[in-house]
Design a protein around this ligand. Structure first.
Ligand code: ADP
Ligand code: MG
Length: 389
């Protein structure tokens, strides 16, 4: 789950990380009042779930409350397109109005979970700011890393080493090391999957300040963070994914292909996506319907696909283990009756109660293409769907 910059900054502050003074506004009038209260130069920042705002006109500097009002008015209610969004962009319903900081230097700092070392890794660079992707591509040696053993936590020496590596001098070394330790505390306490401060500014008067903040949270841990879950902003999420989650389908990710996949088990779902790709097609989604022994989930999955205009074929690949192939088959039959699915349907069923499942499908007289195994299913779906965009 993602949150907005202003929400992430509130969490940073809670964990002792300095952020610029500022507040969020949802109208131009509110933005003006905030600027008045702050006084001096302010920055107006579109609050969207995407980076690259600076380069896309989502970050503006203003010298007076009147200018803030005008600029905020221009941003609010529009959609912002950055290199991280789709061509339609994301809606701007709030702006953060904060004090413009006199920046001497922009650093980069983040923590992610590194899959290969199976540890959180703190990454730091002296070349922070809006060009960080280019830095990572052209001069990866400028990004320093410290792997954190969760059993012992982030060590003071790691903080000092990164701080020196970022070209900081006394007295910022200790401040930077403390800030990193605090970011790690936040990362662990809130079950983050990403915590990023870019830029981490060194101000003209020598302070460290998080000018931007991005926090992502592990969805599987949200049950123990009700406070975080409440921050969810569905307006910023993909509408089909929101609908899927409302219907009890937790593991649906919209992709840009044309073959909808209904699979049980995340591993099998991955394998099906690989095979579809290998057979020359493009999956329209990732979907693990889970272990279901009710037909409703299957019907709901079809409802999601019916709302996706890109879908040209549906591929069902179910291996009945705990889930029963006959229940899934019944679900498919009900879905075909309830949902207006006009695209070809390729079905491969195996495992528990498969004979009964096949009997249900055949006796229902719904139209479908039967597949004998994985690859056969993928190939038939690709043929049925035709070329993807
Ligand atoms: P994004 O990463 O989406 O482009 P940022 O919040 O990082 O958005 O802002 C982009 C740039 O705008 C920063 O690198 C920084 O130079 C400048 N900036 C952002 N906030 C402030 C601020 N409060 N004061 C001064 N400059 C800022
Ligand atoms: Mg940024």
């Amino acid at each position: 789950m993602k949150v907005h910059e202003y929400q992430a900054k509130a969490l940073l502050a809670e964990f002792g990380i300095p952020v610029p003074e500022g507040r969020v506004a949802s109208t131009a009038g509110e933005a003006k009042e905030i600027a008045k209260a702050l006084g001096g130069r302010t920055v107006i920042k579109a609050q969207v779930f995407a980076g690259g705002r600076g380069k896309a006109g989502g970050i503006k500097v203003a010298d007076s409350p009147e200018e803030v009002e005008k600029l905020a008015g221009e941003m609010l209610g529009k959609r912002l397109v950055t290199y991280q969004t789709t061509a339609e962009g994301v809606p701007v319903s709030r702006v953060l109005v904060e004090r413009a900081v006199d920046v001497r230097k922009e650093l980069y700092l983040s923590i992610i979970v590194d899959n290969s070392s199976r540890m959180p890794v703190m990454m730091a660079s002296e070349a922070g700011g809006v060009e960080i992707e280019e830095v990572a591509r052209a001069t990866p040696e400028k990004i320093l890393k410290a792997y954190i053993d969760p059993a012992v936590g982030f060590q003071a020496f790691q903080g000092r080493r990164l701080a020196y590596g970022m070209g900081l001098e006394q007295p910022q070394i200790k401040a930077a090391a403390d800030l990193m330790a605090n970011l790690y505390r936040l990362f662990m306490a809130k079950d983050c999957s990403l915590a990023e401060i870019n830029p981490l500014a060194v101000t003209a008067d020598g302070r460290l300040l998080a000018l931007d903040a991005k926090l992502n949270f592990d969805d599987n841990a949200l049950f123990r963070h009700r406070d975080i879950e409440e921050l969810r902003d569905v307006e910023q999420e993909d509408p089909l994914e929101v609908r899927a989650s409302d219907m009890g389908i937790k593991n649906y990710i919209k992709l840009d292909g044309n073959i909808a996949c209904i699979v049980n088990g995340a591993g099998l779902a991955m394998a099906v996506m690989d095979l579809v790709t290998q057979a020359g097609g493009k999956p329209a989604n990732f979907l693990d319907i889970g272990t279901v022994n009710n037909t409703e989930r299957v019907v709901n999955a079809f409802k999601i696909f019916a709302a996706d205009p890109e879908v040209r074929a549906v591929l069902v690949n179910i291996f009945g283990g705990m889930a029963r192939a006959d229940v899934i088959a019944q679900g498919i039959v009900e879905a075909k009756r309830e949902v207006d699915v006009r695209v070809p349907l390729v079905i491969r069923l195996a495992g528990t109660n498969v004979e009964e499942g096949k009997r249900i499908l055949n006796e229902s007289r719904i139209e479908f293409i039967e597949a004998v195994d994985f690859y056969d299913a993928a190939r038939k779906a690709v043929l049925a769907a035709g070329p993807a965009r």
